[in-house]
Design a binder for this molecule. Sequence first.
Ligand SMILES: [Zn+2]
Length: 88
Amino acid sequence: MGRRTRAVGIAGRYGARYGSTLRKKVRDILSKRYAPHTCPFCAAKGTVYRISTGIWACRKCGVKWAGGAYIPRTGLNKYFPKIVIREE
Ligand SMILES: [Zn+2]
């Protein structure tokens, strides 16, 4: 990352707007969202992407599942394991 956005990282997309405290919070969330996630079904790394808020899919095995808004799995998955929608 360049020196220009060293403090807020990915939240540098917001320029000078919204204040540095909010941009730092957004950075923490966005960096989790775009980090390479491991598929919880086929264990492939970096194949997971977010379709929409809370909806995640894996490029390799094609599974779609409901997860967190910004992370594929939340702590709740121990109570609601593997609720899977497969698209044929
Ligand atoms: Zn997968």
